[in-house]
Every structure is written in C-alpha cells, then in structure tokens.
Design a protein around this ligand. Structure first.
Ligand code: RFL
Ligand code: PHB
Length: 407
C-alpha cells in the first residue's frame, strides 16, 4: 500500500480486497457518509471513486445543511468542525421585485434551523474520518462495471493503476452521482425516469469578501433570479440566473459584480462588497427522478437517483436522507437478519425525494424569470409571493420544507 499523489490509497493489488460486505460506488458526500456510518456499525465496506481526492475536494457545490443532515453528520462522528465553523441561520430572506420578506425559520418550523457549511468542508471532514478509521477509499478507479446485480453475489470490476480488479460483495450502494455508472447499469425497462430541464442555468462566483447580509437572500428581479449566499463571515457565494449557452470565459469578475448588483434591491446592491473571484462556474438546472431506487442488490442514493434544481438547497440534504434510510436497512440486515427496511428503502426514500422535488420546483418556478410563460405566468408568480407574504400557514409550509422535512 502506498500514499498516492492525492494523499489517499492508490497502487498495488494488495490494496484492493477481493471481497467486502458493501461496495460503495462514488466517494462524494453520499458514498463517504454511508461508508463512515457502516464502518462505525461494524459493516465492512470499500469505496470506489473515479476521481482523485484533490479533484473531489475542489468541487464547489452546496452550502446549506438541514437539521437532519447536521444530526446525521454528528451521529457519524464528523460533526466537530461543522459545530465550530458552521453558521446557524434561523431565518432566510426572499426579495420579490424589491418587495422583501424575512422568513423566521426557527419560529415557523418549531425551532428548526439550517446550517451554512460548505459541501467541500463536509467532504473534507468525511475523508479525514475515513482516514482516521483506516477506511478503504480507492481513488482513480476507472471503467467501473457492475455485474450480477440480481443475484445474491454481485461484483464490480474496474481498473486501478492500469491493473484490472474484481471485488465481490453482498450489496452495492450506487452513490456515483448523476453521471455515474450505477443507474446506467439497471436495464432501461426496469426504471421509470421523470425529468424537467429548465431553460436557464446559474452562474456562480465564490469570493473572499464579507457577505452582503447575515442571512441568505433569494432575489427575484425582472432581470432574473439572484442568490446571495456565503461560506463564512469572510467568504461569499453569489449566483445569477443565466442563459444556457452562456460561457464562463465571457464573464470577467467586474461583469459578474455589475450584473449581480443589477439583480438586487438597491439597498442590498449598495452594501455589496466585491473582490477577485476564487471560483466561477455555470450549473444547468434540472429536476430528475429515477424510480425505483433499487435493482436487485444495487441501491441508488443521492444524485445517482435524483437531481433537484439548487433553488431549495435540497440536493445534498436528499443524498443524506437517502443514506439514512439505506444505512438503517443495511444495519438491520447485518445485525438482525431483518430485511424489511431494505425492502422498503426505495419507497421510503422516494416519498421524501418527491416532496423535496416539489419544493425545489416551486421555488424555482416562483423566483426565476420565465419570459415564455407571458403575463399570466408573471401574475401567477406574484400571487405565489403575495400568498406567502400574507399567510402564516404558507410561511409555516415554506419553513418546514426549507429547514427540512422529517426523515
Ligand atoms: P456527487 O457529489 O456527485 O458524488 C458522486 C461521486 O461519484 C463519483 N463517480 C464515480 N465513481 C466511481 N465510478 C464511476 N463511474 C463514477 N462516476 C461518478 C464522482 O466523481 C463523485 O465524486 O453525488 P452525491 O454524493 O449524491 O452528492 C450530491 C450533492 O453533491 C448534490 O446534490 C449537491 O451538491 C446539490 N447542491 C446543493 N445541495 C444542497 O443540499 N444544498 C445546496 O445549497 C446546494 N447547492 C448544489 C448547490 C449543486 C450545485 N451544482 C454545481 C450542481 C449548488 C450548486 C451550484
Ligand atoms: C450555496 O451557498 O451554494 C447555495 C445556497 C442555497 C442554495 C443553493 C446554493 O439554495
């Protein structure tokens, strides 16, 4: 066994076990968290990740953790840094064509809050924990292929450092994201796919400047949607709605800051502190669900099974709730020989997934600019906001969804 350039296990055949109980495909947050929970419960597992650790840790993605996510990260023994550095937010602001509404999450959702803590940090904490426990995470595993999924003894083949390997297992957890191999290993006629692709994306920027506000601001403006978010009191994350054919290279920092200011209410724009970007990227927006989330001994979790547009901050949180249900099922199998929870995994996970899909779709539809829906669509958006602004019931419904529905 040697330390690879990415600081994780790489190299020779001796590093690759011939067999494990649960083979986890994908070393993103879903795969690493499942691996960590299983290891702590005494269930042997191996994670196969296509990329290097450095690459995985350079991806800038989610920023908002629901209470249930925070609780499960603590249960997995990876909550210490999050508890020190995460920012607990008990409210969130919506600006609709310069009309402002603060939603008191804690007051409306029975004390539930959200925590601002980057996905990059969650992933780094999980890698540190996997290292500390001696967990096996095999990076840069190429050409992963899954076999005999409908039998009691599935296995995966892959290439590592130019050598072909095979790992046999009891179960495979497909945590390899939207573009992974797991979902594509299920015969087409066994899956139902549901998809909505939005006609725009988000252009995002990360910069070491203080955030414009203590809380997140979701802003709907005639120029399009904007989001003011953050990673800390000195690091901001901002997004603006952009056409799908936009090129990041065409966006200088100055151009971005100017466009952002134009999407925000004047007093917020006046407080905006600008500076050089650390990262800039464009993400397309999509709603997607694959049903069921199980095929034989393969269980899908996280983005491998579903995608939400980022507007509700639900993607990472859904990956974590899937892991919660799957972990419960696997532990019941190994500890008590009880397969009821595994049998119900897909149904339980999908019940929560669809509610988060609904909320993310609703937030996206209400706050983005959709010229193609015409004046009627614009009035519907205004009516949605009016109702939210004037109904405590609507605000309570928003808050319980934003802070996270129970598992
Ligand atoms: P990931 O993170 O995509 O990890 C999958 C891993 O699998 C690896 N992989 C393979 N490994 C082996 N063999 C193969 N054939 C493989 N193919 C792929 C990949 O390299 C990767 O390491 O999926 P996971 O673990 O399910 O986690 C899901 C989350 O990453 C995702 O839902 C969130 O980032 C979505 N999201 C947000 N979620 C939130 O809950 N709150 C937010 O505030 C939030 N903001 C966001 C977001 C996503 C964004 N983008 C870029 C899409 C903001 C943005 C801009
Ligand atoms: C982020 O900080 O990246 C973020 C926050 C809230 C969202 C989406 C992304 O809804």
């Amino acid at each position: 066994m040697t330390e690879g350039p990415s600081g994780s296990l790489s190299a020779g055949a001796s590093a690759v076990p011939a067999r494990t109980q649960v083979l986890v495909i994908g070393g993103g947050p879903a795969g690493l968290l499942l691996s960590q929970l299983l290891h702590r419960a005494g269930v042997d597992n191996v994670v196969l990740e296509r990329r290097s650790r450095a690459y995985v840790l350079s991806r800038i993605r989610a920023g908002v953790l629901e209470q249930g996510t925070v609780d499960l990260l603590r249960q997995a023994g990876v909550g210490a840094r999050m508890d020190r550095k995460g920012l607990v937010h008990d409210g969130v602001e919506i600006s609709f064509h310069n009309r402002r509404l603060r939603l008191d999450l804690a007051g409306l959702a029975g004390g539930r809050t959200v925590t601002v803590y980057g996905q990059t940090e969650v992933t780094a904490d999980l890698y540190a924990a996997r290292d500390a426990m001696g967990g096996t995470v095999l990076h840069e595993a190429e050409d992963v292929a899954l076999h005999d999924l409908e039998s009691a003894s599935p296995f995966a083949t892959f290439t590592l450092d130019g050598e072909t390997h095979r790992i046999d297992c009891d179960f495979i957890a497909g945590c390899d994201g939207f573009h992974g191999v797991s979902r594509r290993s299920i015969p087409e006629d066994r899956l139902k796919l549901f998809e909505l692709v939005y006609p725009f994306g988000w252009l995002g920027i990360l910069a070491d400047v203080p955030p414009v506000s203590d809380e997140l601001i979701y802003a709907s403006h005639e120029k399009g949607f904007a989001l003011c978010s953050m990673r800390s009191s000195t690091r901001s994350r901002y997004y603006i709605q952009c056409p799908l054919d936009e090129k990041v290279g065409d966006w200088s920092d100055d151009r971005f800051w100017e466009a952002l200011a134009g999407h925000l209410p004047a007093d917020v724009a006046a407080r905006l502190v600008t500076g050089p970007s650390i990262e800039k990227s464009i993400a397309p927006l999509r709603s997607f669900v694959a049903e069921p989330m199980r095929h034989g001994r393969l269980f899908l979790a996280g983005d491998a099974a579903h995608i939400v547009p980022p507007t509700g901050a639900k993607g990472l949180n859904l990956a974590v709730s899937d892991v919660h249900y799957l972990f419960e099922g696997l532990v019941a199998h190994y500890a008590a020989g009880d397969d009821q929870a595994l049998e119900r995994y897909s149904e339980r996970a999908l019940a929560r997934v669809w509610k988060a899909e609904r909320f993310s779709w609703w937030m996206t539809s209400t706050l983005h600019s959709f010229p193609e829906t015409g004046p009627f669509g614009a009035r519907m958006q205004r009516a949605e906001f009016d109702y939210l602004a004037t109904s405590r019931a609507a605000q309570a419904a928003f808050a319980e969804n934003y802070a996270g529905l129970p598992y």
